[in-house]
Design a protein around this ligand. Structure first.
Ligand code: HT7
Ligand code: ZN
Length: 873
């Protein structure tokens, strides 16, 4: 397949100023008439043909300035429409196409979900509706007339504001006309038609404009959309308060659909969501679901400025909108919840997804230089590492200059299709700084490793920190340059007192910039040997090697003023022990004792001060985390058993305290999804897990009781997860009870699929195959496939990476089946092979064979063949 390269970017030869669409919805033969106001682009070639993108289109009619175009004057295929000699002046092009939304299983373009019509146009889906210059630097004003049977689709929604609606006399059909005054790229186009229930509330913007906020869901589920609507209102207020950004249309509509390839889509004025990220009730959603809904509603809303008002010039600039918007949604969630707890959660996700990607065959820069299939670049690197870059920028220049830079960026680039350079220029201009070295974060892939060594000079009372950074080679980038790494740091005395850590090379924002391969920093007047606390708040997306003893790390757990590094210290000590256990190395009793007694005193003294934080401290690194830390010749069975052993030891050592905590945190009242209540539940459920590790009988009894008495899904699911680790009748009974209760609730059934797919035992693969025939499962629904097959591959390290290779064979088989229906979904599942090179030899060879089998299959989609090929390179 053809490779698209950033260096080949050039402006298009034509521009489109206005688009008028007339869409006559029909289940299998929807007719679209598009009238495009085109003109030659002064920056394009003067004699170029007009080439419009298409994808699986059927052309029905074509006219220029109202006159039908004779057959010899154009060439049309499902993939392209070419007019060799278009007018060299402004003109209108009328295109009529016909499409079949019912057979659209790719869920790109116009498709049907539970009988409703909806669209997904990012990145290149608009070309599945009409022929178009389907690239983000072509921005037009859209008017959309939608027509449908009134019974089939009583609700008709489009981008912008509703300007007209009515009946089509005598036909049983009706129409709505939507006009969006803001020029936008085609990927932000959307329409919806169907039977939907609605909840709404008014919102007055900061300048006093009235807006109606509405959420549309499957009829009967309206009361499950309250939290989403509330999150929308809070997001809008927050963007006004923190970034001075106001909403700009009369309505803001959100529609929840049950078939969707990703989480949600920020179409102008008409966000379309995976229903998983809208619908919630205490009975059916967990605390994590509520937090995700809040974050994704905010994310899509924030795109209205970072993505829609200022969009991307080309798809290489994807991080410009996604990284920035993730940063904005993270800041929102941190303000709404607990900042340190949220930061730890962000870093856990970054390490689990982005660091893994950066260390594997699919590693790529935050701004890739080339792609074969853009859908494969909606990655943790573009999103999460992209957000880390924005965060580092803020750390380096400080809050005030960051805000001034954002203001300048929005002001300068409003209404344009911008680049990463435009973004950085705004910050360079407000600060007078040269950000060219910093810009390397966008182009160099791989996670830098920073080694830090400390040396105390008793006589001179100085303390020196030596830093060294190395970024490992990644595909296409064998040699790396040093990065500009902000290190936020502090010093802690062994008795816990914070020590002064200022100096010439530490900025007024407390940042030391490591921008060379090696560097040193000396602190004067340090009265006692300190413990360094580096990368506070995880100030840069790097891996760190510290020459600190476990004992010194436990000083940080006890005393650091930086909550992130307190947590990090607990995890580092636990990780060291887990790695030794996994490798079969002996671990010293004193090291084990050191950790368990530190955790024991942490439970007695600190746990109830911040339960959410305590839950994080008491959660052991996952099996996938341990595998990453070991990095090569991985034996997932050994890792699994090491973690079980460690959980048992900690559980036993802290048993008394854990039992007390569990009882003290008992559920007391009506459910509320707020962060403090969620934190208490999280801590209680971690406690239950450790107790079950220490004493399986007690664990089973307690988990069963909790399962039966739980008043909310968080506690019910947590108890079920504990039961999953305890084979036997009680577990199977709980699985059956849960199914009976939630059989008719697809989103809850997804949780049921996931928890069974993650059971760490040999029989799981058979169970997963059996569940694929469950009446609630559907191979064409992305949520179902992800919750069963995706969870097996991504969450069940031991069973996906089975020594006999059958886990890999299973995934390969499903990827090939799904590819025939939905290539995007298939390609995402396939990324589970991203760690295959780290495995021990036998597993490596099985994984490679499975990948070769996929890559060798004829007629693969571009999505899957791209991932398969890159995974093998
Ligand atoms: N910007 C949206 C990305 C998206 C998407 C991309 C490709 C295929 C389907 C998709 N659905 C949504 C979502 C976001 O990041 O906000
Ligand atoms: Zn986004």
């Amino acid at each position: 397949a053809q490779i698209v390269r950033l260096e080949d970017y050039r402006p298009g030869d034509f521009l489109i100023d206005r688009v008028e669409l007339d869409v006559r919805l029909h289940p299998t033969a929807t007719r679209i008439t598009a009238i495009l106001a085109l003109r030659p682009n002064p920056e394009g070639r003067a004699d170029a043909p007009l080439r419009l993108d298409g994808d699986e289109l059927k052309l029905k009619a074509l006219a220029i300035d109202g006159r039908a175009l004779p057959a010899g004057e154009f060439e049309a295929s499902p993939q392209e429409l070419v007019i060799a000699q278009p007018p060299r002046r402004p003109f209108t092009l009328t295109i009529e196409t016909e499409i079949d939304p019912t057979s659209n299983t790719k869920l790109m373009g116009l498709y049907r979900s539970s009988g409703n019509y909806c669209t997904q146009c990012e990145a290149e889906g608009f070309r599945r509706i009409t022929y178009f210059l389907d690239r983000p630097d072509v921005m037009a004003v859209y008017t959309t007339r939608i027509e449908a049977g009134r019974d089939e689709a009583p609700v008709l929604l489009g981008n912008g504001n509703l300007v007209e609606s009515g009946d089509v006399d005598g036909t049983g059909r009706h129409f709505a006309v939507w006009h969006d005054p803001h020029p936008k790229p085609s990927y932000l186009f959307a329409l919806v038609g169907g039977r939907l229930g609605k909840i709404a509330k008014p919102f007055t913007t900061m300048s006093g404009r009235e807006v109606e906020l509405a959420v549309y869901v499957e009829p009967g589920k309206e009361n499950r959309a309250d939290y989403a609507l509330d999150a929308l209102e809070r997001s809008m207020r927050w963007d006004e308060r923190v970034f001075d950004r106001e909403y700009d249309l009369d309505v803001f509509n959100i529609v929840a659909v049950s078939d969707f390839n990703m989480g949600a889509m920020e179409n102008k004025g008409l966000n379309i969501f995976n229903d998983k990220y809208v619908l919630a009730s205490p009975e059916m959603a967990t605390d994590a679901d509520y937090a995700n809904i809040e974050a994704i509603i905010a994310h899509e809303y924030f795109h209205n400025w970072s993505g829609n008002r200022v969009t991307c010039r080309d798809w290489f600039q994807l991080c410009l909108k996604e990284g920035l918007t993730v940063f904005r949604d993270q800041e929102f969630s941190s303000d709404e919840r607990s900042r340190p707890v949220h930061r730890i959660a962000e870093v856990k996700t970054l390490r689990a997804r982005q660091f893994v990607e950066d260390a594997g065959p699919l590693a790529h820069p935050v701004r890739p230089a080339q792609y074969r299939e853009i859908n494969n670049f909606y990655t943790a690197t573009v999103y999460e590492k992209g957000a880390e870059i924005v965060r580092m920028l803020k750390t380096i220049i400080g809050d005030e200059d960051f805000r001034r830079g954002m203001d300048l960026y929005f002001e300068r680039c409003d209404g344009t299709a911008a680049t990463v350079e435009d973004f950085l220029r705004a910050f360079a201009d407000v600060t007078g700084r040269d950000l060219s070295h910093f810009a390397r974060w966008y182009v160099q892939s791989g996670t830098p490793r920073v080694t830090v060594r400390g040396a105390y000079d008793e006589g001179a009372k100085t303390y020196r920190l030596d830093f060294e950074q190395v970024t490992p080679p990644t595909p296409g980038q064998p040699v790396k340059e040093p990065m500009a790494i902000p290190v936020v740091l502090g010093l802690v005395a062994r008795d816990g007192r914070p020590l002064q850590a200022t100096g010439e090379r530490v900025s007024r924002h407390g940042v030391f910039m490591l921008d060379k391969t090696t560097d040193s920093l000396t602190f004067e007047d340090v009265a006692t040997p300190p413990v360094p606390s580096v990368f506070r708040g995880f100030s840069a997306p790097v891996k760190t090697s510290l020459d600190l003893s476990n004992e010194e790390l436990l000083v940080l757990l006890r005393h650091d003023t930086d909550a992130f590094n307190r947590w990090e210290a607990s995890q580092t000590v636990a990780m060291r022990l887990l790695v030794s256990l996994s490798k079969g190395d002996p671990i010293l009793d004193e090291d084990m004792l050191g950790l368990s007694s530190a955790l024991n005193s942490f439970i007695s003294n600190d746990a109830m001060r911040d339960p959410a934080f305590a839950a994080l401290v008491l959660t052991l690194p996952s099996e996938a985390d341990i595998a990453q830390e070991i990095g090569r010749d991985i034996d997932p069975d050994a890792i699994h058993h090491a973690r079980i052993e460690m959980r048992r030891r900690i559980g036993q050592a802290c048993r008394g305290n854990l039992q007390e905590l569990y009882t003290g945190l008992a559920d007391t009242g009506a459910y509320s999804p707020d962060a403090a209540s969620a934190g208490r539940r999280a801590l209680r459920n971690v406690t239950l897990d450790l107790l079950a590790g220490a004493d399986p009988d007690l664990g089973e009894r307690t988990a069963r009781e909790q399962f039966e008495s739980a008043s909310n899904m968080t506690d019910r699911l947590a108890s079920l997860n504990v039961l999953m680790t305890l084979p036997g009748d009680a577990r199977e009974h709980a699985i059956d009870t849960f199914e009976e209760r939630y059989r008719d609730e697809p989103l809850v059934l997804d949780k049921w699929f996931t928890l069974q797919a993650a059971i760490p035992e040999d029989a799981t693969l058979k169970r997963v195959r059996r569940l694929m025939s469950h009446p609630g499962f559907s191979i064409s629904n992305p949520n179902r496939v992800r919750s069963l097959v995706g969870s097996f591959a991504m969450l069940n390290q031991m069973q996906f990476n089975r020594a006999d290779g059958s886990g890999y064979d299973f995934l390969a088989e499903i990827v090939l089946r799904v590819d025939e229906l939905n290539p995007q979904l298939a390609a995402r599942l396939l990324t589970a092979f991203g760690t295959w090179r780290m495995m021990e030899k036998m597993r490596r060879s099985h994984a490679k064979n499975a990948l070769l089998r996929i890559a060798g299959k004829p007629n693969l989609s571009r999505d899957v063949s791209d991932i398969a090929q890159r995974s093998l390179e």
